[in-house]
Design a binder for this molecule. Structure first.
Ligand SMILES: C[S@@+](CC[C@H](N)C(=O)[O-])C[C@H]1O[C@@H](n2cnc3c(N)ncnc32)[C@H](O)[C@@H]1O
Length: 530
């Protein structure tokens, strides 16, 4: 009788667990599976000597299925670490269990561990059940193979999607870590460094957000809108860290902005997609205070002028956290740029970089004067000591520079006069090479207004340098920038300054565009963006 009761209880729990799973009531399904597993395991440990092997095997099979179902429910709740553990328990009992292999493959794919995910789907494909589910299994196999290839080679190309007017799904992107390493930085704390010579446009990182929140709001939305996005974003980060050991541990490696000089330098392999979820990732659960400090220092605004977001409405706002880009320090004289596609950030060189050089991007708009930039770094809580800031610091105390700033600050002045005066000052002070580009980048707005105005160009065109030479020096000093390239395309070509040759001009625009958008797109797509 006792035996029959026990059997009935098990049967009940099994049905409940399956029913909950089908009804997508995952928490309830997890509970029923857990009760079932405990009951079975207790029963086995009490009665094992009297079992016949068939009975034992039957029970083991049931436990395997319960682990597998619990893994699926946990996967749906994004409890990836716990779900993986359940998969491993199930596979310990039955190493070729089809449903479990499928579930484990999905988790690993979600964690961007393409190689091991591929192994799971391949093993699942050998099971007879794969015949009935061939479309699903083949779909995963193809996806995994493609992502594994992209992750290994960095052979991304988003041109077709752009040429198609950003219609359809955003292109499938895989995690990619190029020729970079994390090292101690002379700027502050740790930084990301090039491990070999890299030319402009080369892809360095592709990485998906740990969490992101965004919404479309009109430009005049109140601060409350930003607060709502910020709160949702924090909740998502906390949720991911709670449910995944690896994420919790990797977040703990990020800077809180405090004591960066004595901060540990983690090995970049921890951040590679193939890094194992279990072995290297045991650390204490992060408290909310620490998470908030980390987010303050490392979150990136998707719509910052220093980034480029493809296919999004201009009124949208978004904030996210990405691991490896969090190690990139700021410079007003940066050598990499970022591009946002869906939840991914793509980081590429915006100019040629030498092996061993630190990679930096701008945290804000660097086509602005030193005083504005100081305000921005002040908001971030640091003061920038890049070559450009040091040079401008030395020159900006000069009375004439102060007068130029003052005139600019008032607006509504003849910008041609301002540009002319600045160029004259640079000539007298023998400011040359990069330094010239630094100042021109700082007063970009003034140059832009002149070059865009036919009236101002009629008045000042002969007295100030050509668009081409100003653009060349700005790009040489602070790297490519979308607005600069656009001016080159629109303004320069329209006014035919300095002798117009369509083919040569287009070639040059494409080269500049590579610094802005990277090599992940073909010429035709770049033309559309420009
Ligand atoms: C996203 S983290 C960059 C990586 C960081 N250095 C680390 O060790 O993890 C941003 C923080 O780095 C430091 N930082 C970045 N750029 C800097 C700069 N140009 N000058 C001084 N500190 C900088 C600041 O503490 C800033 O809050």
């Amino acid at each position: 009788m006792e035996e029959a009761d026990h059997e009935e209880k098990l049967q009940n729990l099994r049905s409940k667990a399956t029913e909950f799973l089908l009804r997508e009531e995952y928490k309830e399904s997890i509970q029923a599976c857990s009760q079932f597993i405990t009951l079975c395991q207790d029963y086995i440990s009490k009665n094992s000597p009297q079992f016949d092997s068939d009975h034992f095997l039957k029970l083991q099979k049931s436990i395997c299925l319960a682990f597998s179902n619990r893994a699926e429910a946990r996967f749906r709740l994004k409890e990836f670490s716990a779900s993986l553990e359940d998969c491993d328990e199930a596979l310990r009992i039955e190493s070729t269990h089809f449903k479990t292999l499928l579930c484990k493959g999905k988790i690993l794919l979600n964690q961007n561990r393409y190689g091991v995910a591929l192994d799971c789907f391949r093993a699942a494909n050998l099971d007879p059940q794969a015949n009935e589910n061939s479309e699903i299994v083949n779909g995963y196999l193809e996806k995994c193979k493609k992502l594994e290839f992209l992750s290994r080679t960095g052979a991304f190309d988003v041109s077709d999607w752009i040429l198609n007017g950003f219609r359809g799904k955003t292109p499938e992107l895989a995690e990619y870590v190029g020729a970079v390493e994390i090292k101690k930085s002379d700027i502050s704390g740790r930084g990301l460094f090039a491990t070999k010579n890299i030319d402009s446009g080369t892809l360095l990182l592709v990485t998906k957000a740990i969490a992101i929140d965004r919404a479309i709001f009109p430009q005049d939305s109140s601060e409350n809108v930003q607060l709502v996005i910020w709160k949702n974003f924090i909740d998502k980060v906390v949720d991911s860290a709670t449910k995944c050991r690896k994420i919790n541990c990797l977040i703990s490696k990020l800077s809180t902005g405090e004591n960066e000089d004595s901060i540990e330098v983690p090995d970049i392999s921890l951040f590679r997609p193939e890094a194992d979820d279990n072995s290297s990732f045991s650390c204490e659960k992060l408290d909310i205070g620490r998470i908030l400090s980390i987010l303050d220092v490392n979150s990136i605004l998707e719509d910052a002028i220093s980034s480029k977001v493809l296919s999004k409405n201009t009124d949208y706002q978004g904030v996210g956290l990405w691991f490896l880009p969090s190690f990139i320090n700021h410079s007003c004289d940066p050598n990499v740029r970022r591009l946002h596609i869906g939840d991914h950030v793509i980081v590429h060189a915006s100019r040629d970089v030498k092996a061993g050089e630190e990679l930096t991007f701008s945290y804000f708009d660097v086509l602005s004067p030193l005083s504005n930039r100081r305000g921005m770094t002040g908001n971030w809580g640091f003061s920038c000591r890049c070559k450009r800031c040091e040079f401008e610091d030395s020159i900006c105390s000069n009375q004439e520079m102060r007068e130029i700033e003052m005139v600019l600050g008032k607006g509504l002045v003849d910008m041609g006069g301002v540009v002319y005066r600045l160029e004259e000052c640079m000539r007298r002070w023998m400011v040359r090479g990069k330094a010239k580009g630094y100042l021109r980048a700082s007063y970009w707005e003034a140059y832009l207004q002149v070059y865009e105005s036919e009236k101002l160009m009629r008045k000042w065109g002969r007295k100030i340098p050509s668009i081409e030479s100003v653009i060349d020096s700005i790009v040489d000093a602070v790297g490519s920038d979308e607005r600069v390239v656009k001016l080159y395309m629109e303004g320069g070509l329209k006014m035919r300054v300095g002798g117009y040759n369509g083919v040569v001009e287009m070639e040059k625009a494409m080269k500049l565009g590579k610094g802005v958008y990277g090599k992940v797109m073909k010429k035709q797509a770049m033309k559309i963006l420009l």
